[in-house]
Design a protein around this ligand. Structure first.
Ligand SMILES: [Zn+2]
Length: 295
């Protein structure tokens, strides 16, 4: 199981918050049937997909890109103390794993220069803020928080319309904006653009309206941090399998397939943080569509 890789002169490391949690099938894939699990049992074991219960193994993990002296954190998982009454698995978490994972990489919150958000769902923005004296304040005081403007505009307009469903925008996104640390960009923005060394966004809409993938590319090698474009290995075999929270299922499937085709066609590493153990993997054609080769 790999926890970090060199991409040319860049480095990409895993930042786990929850390394493994078994979720009921309906949490991810209401349409998944036993036949799908049986067909893939030779490469997807029971830890990732239980053949009888169809329970799915999930992780909640961010990535850290180190490039040109910049510490770039991609996504921030669930966060602590966040009131999530409709999601018991993330409600009022009190875990120290996320900041400990960063400390294991030699970094304090003050050392993060950039936070990149693949999208603004609750399990990807949690550690954007933390609770200090009853107020939500940016966890990373020296970081600029870079978000796709279309994604931000979509969710900011929904705050207050459906009660707690958008509470995570209020407690994990707006405080960063209020602190003057947010930077809204396009879905193709370049974060680092040097000859032979690039970090940039690419559009992968569907799961959410402005979802982006993050690419780290250097010296001919590449890693793609895919956010929620891909949740589980079964989607390599079934790219059209709808994930329950896909906002636009058809568009999400199109984006998911495009990410897999890109990785398979270029040998780019797929970094899918919700997949336990296989969080760095190569993609190749196989089965009904694709297969994963974990590093
Ligand atoms: Zn997610």
């Amino acid at each position: 199981m790999t926890s970090g890789v060199e991409i040319g002169a860049l480095r990409v490391d895993l930042v786990p918050e929850v390394r493994y949690r078994l979720m009921p099938r309906a949490f991810l894939f209401p349409d998944l049937i036993h036949e799908d699990a049986a067909r893939n049992a030779d490469w997807i074991g029971p830890r990732h997909l239980h053949p009888e219960t169809l329970a799915v193994g999930m992780a909640f993990q961010a990535y850290l890109i180190r490039a040109r002296g910049q510490n770039i954190l991609v996504d921030t998982c669930n966060g602590n103390h966040k009131p999530r009454p409709h999601a018991p698995w993330q409600d009022d978490m009190r875990a120290h794993t996320f900041l400990t994972s960063l400390a294991d990489l030699g970094l304090r919150p003050e050392d993060i220069h950039i936070v990149l958000c693949t999208h603004l769902h609750t399990d990807h923005v949690g550690w954007n803020t933390r609770l200090v004296d009853g107020r939500w304040v940016p966890t990373f005081p020296n970081a600029r928080y870079v978000m796709n403007k279309a994604e931000y505009d979509h969710f900011a307009a929904l705050v207050g319309t459906e009660g707690s469903r958008y509470a995570h925008i209020e407690d994990s996104v707006l405080p960063v904006v209020d602190a003057g640390q947010a930077e809204m960009v396009s879905d193709t923005a370049e974060i680092i653009s040097e000859i032979g060394e690039e970090v940039f966004l690419s559009p992968s809409p569907g799961h959410s309206p402005g979802h982006v993938c993050i690419h780290a590319r250097a010296n001919g090698a590449e890693a793609v941090i895919s956010g929620d474009a891909i949740h589980h290995p079964i989607q390599l075999d079934m790219p059209d399998l709808v994930m329950r929270a896909d906002g636009d299922a058809a568009l999400a499937a199109q984006s998911r397939r495009a990410v897999m085709e890109h990785c398979a066609g270029t040998s780019a590493l797929l970094c899918a943080g919700h997949i336990p153990d296989w969080s760095f993997a190569r993609v190749h054609e196989g089965g009904r569509a694709f297969r994963l080769d974990p590093l």
